[in-house]
Design a protein. Structure first.
Length: 313
């Protein structure tokens, strides 16, 4: 007996269509079984599946390879005597990159803002005199070309991690960039910021964990060392750690430096000063030259224990 079935309503037809579109498709090699494919990452250039591990060449110094790179120097360049003294000291201790701030993003408008172009000239002079590479912060897209003339590595600070105009501007260069994680940023947001630089055509990006803001008030920030193994699995980019900002206390910097190297960090970014208490900025987190020397001996031992070495100039 033939039974008449009512035609499907428009609503049912649309529901079926939506279900068909949303259903996972079987792959060509799945023998008819439906295979659910994971969604693609929004940071496809930074993701570890994009390529082999990135090793950045900074004037002959590989960053991201088997050697741990140490970048050290003052928070702010104060004078020629200061930067020359520190450059010679960190070079002797084993650092390969001289850090120094010429343009400073300070919380208060009346704080020392840096020496500007004069500071860049002093940084370059000290680096060339000692055979070190150099790194300094860029805050303004208009300063990118100027800073590229004097420093080997652009540093983008935590406050500018999501300054997309700046990210795009350094992305159009091939200059090495150290991108710091924002103090409130997730790993995903961090990698999407790096993606801006990579998408601009600059493959020379290193990531820097520098501490995040948490409920802990006893320290300036909380250094998130989970970031080191996580980012090294999630991305192909080198991972650097800044224990100076990550703690805000010079007595904790050596211990967290050792921990960072043990966790597998590709490098350290440290603040040191010949007279830390007289540092014009961030005095509480600047370690002495003596402390830096001792710390370098310790991280050499730790690097060796995990099959790595500390790079030398």
């Amino acid at each position: 007996m033939y039974t008449h079935m009512p035609a499907p309503t428009k609503e049912k037809t649309m529901t079926h269509a939506r279900a068909t579109l949303m259903a996972p498709k079987a792959s060509a090699h799945s023998n008819g079984k439906k295979e659910v494919r994971p969604p693609s990452k929004p940071y496809r250039l930074a993701h570890s599946s994009a390529q082999e591990r990135t090793v950045i060449d900074v004037r002959g110094l590989p960053v991201g390879g088997p050697q741990v790179v140490v970048m050290a120097g003052p928070c702010s360049i104060e004078s020629e005597e200061q930067i020359m003294t520190i450059a010679a000291a960190v070079k002797e201790a084993g650092a390969t990159v001289l850090r120094g701030g010429a343009y400073k993003p300070r919380t208060g408008p009346y704080d020392f803002q840096g020496l500007g172009k004069k500071g860049l000239q002093l940084l370059q002079k000290a680096a060339r005199a000692t055979g070190l590479r150099s790194i300094t912060e860029v805050m303004d897209p208009r300063d990118v070309d100027l800073i590229a003339e004097y420093a080997d590595i652009f540093q983008i600070g935590a406050r500018n991690m999501q300054n997309y105009t700046l990210l795009k501007e350094v992305g159009r260069t091939k200059h090495p960039v150290l991108l710091k994680r924002g103090m409130h940023s997730t790993y995903k947001e961090f990698l999407l910021a790096a993606e801006y630089i990579l998408a601009g055509g600059n493959p020379n990006v290193m990531l820097c964990e520098r501490g995040i803001r948490t409920h802990v008030t006893e320290l300036r920030f909380t250094l998130d060392l989970n970031a080191v193994p996580y980012l090294q699995k999630e991305t192909h980019l080198p991972v650097i750690v800044d224990p100076s900002h990550g703690t805000g206390r010079r007595d904790l910097v050596p211990a967290m430096s050792r921990a960072a190297v043990a966790a597998g960090a590709d490098g350290l970014l440290l603040e040191c000063h010949p007279d830390p208490d007289k540092s014009i900025s961030d005095a509480d987190q600047a370690i002495s030259i003596e402390s830096f020397n001792q710390m370098m001996r310790e991280i050499n031992t730790i690097a060796g224990a995990i099959g790595r070495t500390v790079a030398t100039a």
